[in-house]
Design a protein around this ligand. Structure first.
Ligand SMILES: [Ca+2]
Ligand SMILES: [Ca+2]
Ligand SMILES: [Ca+2]
Ligand SMILES: [Ca+2]
Length: 296
């Protein structure tokens, strides 16, 4: 019997304590049909999923149109990790798009010629490439850019804000046709290079990198425990989302230790009426023994 089913049915007294309120990180959703221009749905962002795995931060950018048919779209990500970012709405590709409160990293990607993505960091005076060119995973209506965490200076507990933009590569100097954090048209005529500031448009999206955060919602809680429990004992081939937190493909005691060490991080406190005790480290580590007992 999967451990999760034991936990969910409260079949064992100890496991009944393993409920906690999690901060749910729904996929980031954008309006549809509000992009600048009439029929260029390949630059109409409909949503973005952000996930992490052992080594990478993955941005899956969903578009309303087929990016492989009219494959001239450019898809950009601006990331604010802390003070000291670029506040002048410029970036390495010379597009008047940025975050007026500071942009520390900038990712530019294209989907023609097989696709590619470049990551740059702002050092206070200039943009500098970090790492090699990344090859996005392309689908008719999405492009997924997997960025090594180290290229963004991110680790366990790192929080950042971001926005995702669409535009075109040629002619140069064009502004944002769509922006994830704006349900309205960004600027009336982005082809004329009117600057676009995401900080002025509204609250930026945010994400927190957490070890053992299987479902990438920024917290380590019950849902992550369930993901691990459902795959506990897998000898190989498991993913981060399935509870393999050290990248060896197995879901084992070592992964459970990582989860236990991070359990409760980024998870909202339960309201008083529904308050239940947090699971203890010792309680979590009893999991394999309980599983063994149930299997007999
Ligand atoms: Ca949109
Ligand atoms: Ca939008
Ligand atoms: Ca989680
Ligand atoms: Ca593992």
């Amino acid at each position: 019997m999967p451990i999760s089913r034991i936990a969910l049915s409260c079949g064992a007294a100890v496991v009944c304590f393993w409920f906690a309120v999690e901060v749910r990180g729904a996929p980031y959703v954008d309006a549809v049909g509000e992009q600048a221009g009439d029929n260029n749905s390949e630059v109409d962002i409909t949503g973005v999923e952000v996930t992490r795995d052992l080594t990478s931060l993955n941005f899956k950018i969903h578009l309303a149109g087929d990016i492989s048919t009219a494959n001239f779209g450019n898809y950009l990500i601006g990331i604010q990790t802390g003070p000291g970012g670029n506040m002048e709405l410029n970036n390495p590709w010379g597009k008047p798009i940025g975050i007026g409160t500071g942009m520390n990293y900038w990712v530019g990607s294209w989907v023609n010629f097989g696709g590619g993505a470049e990551v740059y960091g702002w050092d206070g005076g200039a943009w500098t490439r970090t790492g090699q060119t990344i090859t996005p995973t392309l689908a008719p209506d999405s492009t997924t850019i997997s960025i090594p965490l180290i290229q963004l200076g991110l680790g366990n507990g790192s929080a950042f804000k971001f926005d995702v933009w669409s535009t075109y590569g040629a002619p140069g100097g064009q502004s944002a046709y769509d922006a994830l954090n704006n349900p309205q048209t960004t600027v009336a005529e982005p082809w004329n290079g009117t600057p676009y500031d995401s900080a002025a448009a509204g609250p930026l999206a945010s994400f927190t990198v957490r070890d053992a955060d299987a479902n990438s919602d920024g917290g380590v809680g019950f849902a992550d425990l369930v993901a691990l429990a459902q795959n506990y004992g897998a000898p190989g081939g498991a993913t981060w989302a399935q509870g393999d937190f050290d990248g060896d493909g197995a879901v084992s005691f070592q992964d459970l230790v990582t989860l236990a060490q991070n359990y409760g991080q980024g998870v909202a406190a339960a309201p008083p009426a529904a308050a239940v005790p947090e699971p203890s480290l010792a309680g979590l580590l009893l999991l394999p023994f309980m599983l063994g007992r149930r299997r007999k």
